[in-house]
Design a protein. Structure first.
Lengths: 158, 152
């Protein structure tokens, strides 16, 4: 194949193309990994590892979340409810988590306080762990993309 | 210049001295380069929430617009310009949609889940393509074509 003549016009044209191509490739790599992470984060492994009804009559959950993605995941809010024998005992409000983040490919324990309905604290305190279920979802962020991650019908470990 | 339709872009000097396979190879190389730039640009513009640097989103239209311009500027004739323009728009669309749906095969999705999610993801990608990508690419191509025809 004959090598094309190197005129100034061609050098400028190809140079401009390569600069633009390089810059777009960097942005494309960020966007591709982010897009992949946003779809992957939905399959994060989430387990309720402990709960305690404290003296303030709040339910204090400890939730272990594994982030399988290549991006850090910020956890914005928790929309969780606790049930004893199928009956809801939390008041259904959303809990904001300040500075909660799970680094890439790591596992982090999150402390989440939930408000209880009136008069159910003792019932929850006295319930066996097998009677208690926690359900709901987390509002998480991969860079600036919001993704819901579910915690479905999870029985409490231990 | 021996050929009347080779005067448009300054790439014409080799047009008359190369074999068919040479010209085909060069055409595919140019077309793929343009399509990849256009497709990457389209994907970046439609997923700016994943960028870690702050940039005016209008600037992110530049690679798409430029890909359209390069389709004409890289061509050695008007015929090749039109072929490159079409190669770029369809090839770019393929790159864009492929990047959008690739996680379905990279991540452990079941076949049933792919069947459910795939049509909506392709729909999202195509609607984004028609809304902002194809007008920008074609704008770049047609503007460059018109300006270059005006000056020649």
């Amino acid at each position: 194949m004959r090598v094309p003549e190197l005129t100034t016009r061609r050098i400028v044209l190809v140079g401009t193309f390569l600069c633009l191509f390089g810059g777009t490739s960097v942005a494309f790599a960020q966007v591709t990994t982010g897009h992949l992470a946003a779809m992957h984060v939905q399959s994060s492994e989430i387990t309720v590892i402990d709960y305690e009804v404290a003296d303030d009559d709040k339910l204090h959950l400890t939730v272990r979340m594994h982030n399988p993605t290549t991006k850090d995941v910020d956890v914005g809010t928790a929309q969780l409810n606790a049930y004893v024998d199928g009956e809801q005992v939390t008041d259904g409000t959303t809990t904001r988590l300040d500075d909660a983040s799970v680094p890439s490919e790591e596992t982090t324990d999150l402390k989440i306080p939930l408000e209880l309905r009136d008069g159910v604290a003792d019932r929850l305190r006295n319930a066996d762990p097998e009677q208690v279920e926690i359900e709901g979802r987390f509002k998480t962020y991969v860079v600036e993309e919001m993704v819901y991650v579910s915690l479905d019908g999870t029985e409490v470990d231990g | 210049m021996s050929n009347s339709n080779t005067a448009s872009s300054g790439w014409s000097s080799e047009a008359d001295h190369s074999t068919y396979l040479d010209r085909l190879g060069v055409f595919v190389l140019k077309g793929v380069a343009i399509a990849v730039l256009a497709g990457m640009g389209a994907f970046v513009y439609n997923a700016t929430q994943f960028l870690t640097f702050d940039l005016d989103s209008n600037l992110l239209l530049v690679p798409i617009f430029a890909a359209g311009s390069f389709a004409h500027l890289f061509a050695s004739s008007l015929r090749e310009s039109i072929r490159l323009g079409m190669f770029g728009i369809f090839g770019g669309l393929v790159v864009f949609v492929a990047a959008w749906i690739a996680p379905l095969w990279i991540l452990p999705y079941s076949t049933a889940a792919i069947d459910i999610v795939l049509p909506s993801m392709i729909g999202e990608a195509l609607s984004a393509a028609f809304l902002n990508w194809s007008p920008t690419y074609l704008g770049g191509y047609l503007l460059t074509l018109s300006v270059s025809a005006f000056w020649e």
